[in-house]
Design a protein around this ligand. Structure first.
Ligand SMILES: [Zn+2]
Length: 291
């Protein structure tokens, strides 16, 4: 599932100059709109990696749902009575596909193979399933595939260097409880911090021209790399502010004070306790206004 969107959109735009091309464009617009909508809700930059945005909400991208719809429609056509014109068209397209022409069916079967596996071994079984089973199987297969794609991608440092801190604490594809905080200031501060949509040196150095090497993106007080972990756990500038955050963490995280800094960072950000999340938000807001 390396490029979830391509097959679906190709599927809807199989011919040059055909009317399906415009449908493909409309779908692409919907996918882009969905991403924009989530980023606006999180109040993060539009350049924020989509993987992090989907990860924060634990919501699957629209592309997967479109792939699912392709398979469900294929199943419906396979089991449709010959009395319907749609079945006649499907049969014609199937025959052309068998003769080596690239048709709607060719693309639909490519999507099928990507999701369900090779056609010879699975297609007969697929035909005989009832539609509810197809729907349930699809839901599970698509979500499993996306989760596994998501996890390997956020851990791919070459592909997603911006997520180098994110993958330290985000290990589960699920809705993050801090998004339920009622104070929008706290919620936004946490979102921006988690997905690296902030102004710490690790990020500003990445966007500087020329780009500043990672080891030179330093905190001006501590003279060490100013990344998310440094800011939240180590930076001397915020020792006093951090006392409240660590006091909350100590209440809810076992042996918190004995943990290594990287483990403190991970466990604080992974905490599902709303009081801990609220303290993170307060820390970030106050740290930002004190700079
Ligand atoms: Zn510092």
């Amino acid at each position: 599932m390396s490029k979830p969107a391509s097959n679906v959109l190709d599927f809807y735009s199989p011919t040059e100059g055909g009317r399906f091309v415009s449908i493909g464009k409309i779908l692409l617009m919907q996918v882009l709109k969905q991403r924009k909508f989530f980023k606006r809700n999180l109040h993060v930059r539009q350049q924020t990696p989509n993987l992090a945005v989907y990860g924060e909400y634990g919501i699957y991208p629209l592309e997967g749902r479109l792939q699912g719809n392709v398979i469900k429609f294929l199943h419906r056509l396979e089991n449709m009575s010959s009395d319907f014109p749609a079945k006649w068209i499907y049969n014609d397209l199937y025959s052309l596909h068998k003769c080596g022409f690239k048709t709607w069916v060719t693309k639909a079967l490519e999507v099928f193979c990507e999701i369900e596996g090779p056609i010879p071994s699975t297609f007969e079984k697929f035909r005989s399933l009832d539609s509810r089973k197809v729907k349930n199987n699809l839901k599970k297969t698509l979500s499993d595939k996306y989760r596994s794609y998501w996890l390997s991608s956020i851990n791919d440092q070459d592909l997603n260097p911006k997520l180098r801190s994110y993958n330290m604490f985000k290990t589960e594809f699920c809705f993050e409880p801090y998004l339920n905080l009622t104070n929008p200031k706290l919620r936004t501060a946490i979102s921006r911090f988690r997905v690296s949509s902030h102004h710490l040196a690790v990020e500003t150095g990445r966007h500087a021209k020329p780009k500043v090497p990672l080891e030179e993106r330093l905190c001006n007080t501590c003279l060490t790399v100013e990344d998310e972990m440094h800011h939240l756990i180590d930076c001397k500038k915020f020792n006093a502010l951090r006392e409240t955050l660590f006091a909350q963490a100590t209440k809810y995280i076992k042996d918190f004070n004995a943990l290594q800094p990287s483990e403190k960072f991970k466990q604080i950000l992974q905490s599902k306790v709303i009081a801990v999340q609220s303290s993170i938000g307060n820390f970030l807001v106050q740290a930002s206004s004190s700079q």
